[in-house]
Design a protein around this ligand. Structure first.
Ligand code: AVJ
Length: 316
């Protein structure tokens, strides 16, 4: 096969596998197969985040609307969070809906589905890399914005990266914006490790699909049967880490390069940071947001936060 060695994926794989410890960035999980496997993860008994966040949106949607007011432009960062978006839209009665995603394919599908389900709603998809501030579409520019960032996607970033991203959201959304953000909580490591290493092995397949994708798209020869899925809680940093562990010394090619691993060496594929309530509020303030409210379920498994972008004002 011809290897497109200068794609974003190829560059990231070559750079990530050339360093110690080896890494492949988590954003590459979501090819078609990876997206299907992630959908399956969200329905697993051990994977509490999705159903808990949906429950919080159902239970507290009217509280959210009270804090945000109605008629804002809803800007969703990362489109296609399926069941969650309609729950928010029903409560905050937006004047327009702007799904933002880097992948035009996902964007088109989810925007079309949403427009069908909400006749009369202005749906204005934007293909953009939302890790940097970007321009919102002209028809909605200058209107009051409500950002939506569910799923604890923020957890994929380290703390510095999370602050940068949330600052970019604030710059994109403008003065007096609100942000509704789902953030996973710190909890018993046993529960966390089970959520990321489920009994049915779906998360293991999700993790291994990343290496299968390297083989498919980058002419890779990685021996998939010589890798194991590992999910481990890093207590010092407060995150779940996913790794692919080499079970023997091995070598493979990918993107026109050769790589070698020793038995026990890992490829680090994902971080999922967890935040105590006070840590989430600190994250808000560190990135120019003012926490307004947060709700959690009875077991404090997950939290839904509402933040505000305070108007620029002189301090004493
Ligand atoms: C989509 C990044 C929020 O970290 O829980 C689920 C991804 N990885 N199981 C998460 C994921 C393994 C998920 N996020």
């Amino acid at each position: 096969m011809t290897v497109v060695a200068d794609s974003d994926f190829a560059r990231a794989v070559v750079a990530g596998l050339s360093q110690t410890p080896k890494v492949i960035p988590a954003r590459f999980f979501y090819d078609r197969r990876g997206s299907e496997l992630f959908e399956a993860i969200t329905a697993l008994p051990e994977y509490y985040p999705t159903r808990t966040e949906v429950g919080l949106l159902e239970r507290h949607g009217t509280d959210v609307a009270r804090l945000t007011g109605k008629g804002r432009v809803v800007v969703e960062f990362g489109s296609g969070s399926s069941a969650k978006t309609p729950l928010l839209l029903a409560r905050v009665d937006p004047s327009a809906y702007v799904p933002v995603d880097i992948s035009e394919g996902f964007l088109r599908d989810s925007a079309a589905a949403l427009a069908d389900a909400h006749p009369g709603l202005d749906v204005l998809p934007v293909a953009a890399d939302f890790t940097r501030a970007f321009r919102l579409p002209d028809p909605v520019a200058g209107r009051p914005m409500l950002g939506f960032f569910p799923g604890s996607t923020i957890g994929n970033l380290d703390h510095a990266g999370a602050v940068d991203l949330l600052r970019a959201f604030r710059a994109t959304l403008g003065a007096d914006a609100r942000l509704v953000i789902g953030i996973d909580t710190r909890k018993n490591p046993r529960l966390l490790e089970a959520a990321y290493d489920d009994a049915a092995g779906v998360t293991a397949r999700f993790n291994l699909n990343l290496l299968a994708r390297v083989n498919r798209e980058l002419g890779g020869t990685a021996p998939l049967d010589a890798f194991e899925h590992r999910a481990v809680w890093n207590d010092l940093v407060g995150r779940i880490e996913m790794h692919l562990v080499a079970t023997r010394d091995l070598e493979f090619a990918a993107a026109g390069r050769r790589f070698a691993m020793r038995a026990g060496e890992t490829i680090h594929t994902e971080n999922s940071h967890k935040y105590r309530p006070e840590e989430a509020r600190l994250l808000a303030r560190a990135s120019g947001w003012e926490p307004l409210a947060a709700w959690t379920d009875a077991q404090a498994l997950f939290a839904l936060h509402v933040w505000a972008a305070p108007p620029e004002q002189l301090a004493p």
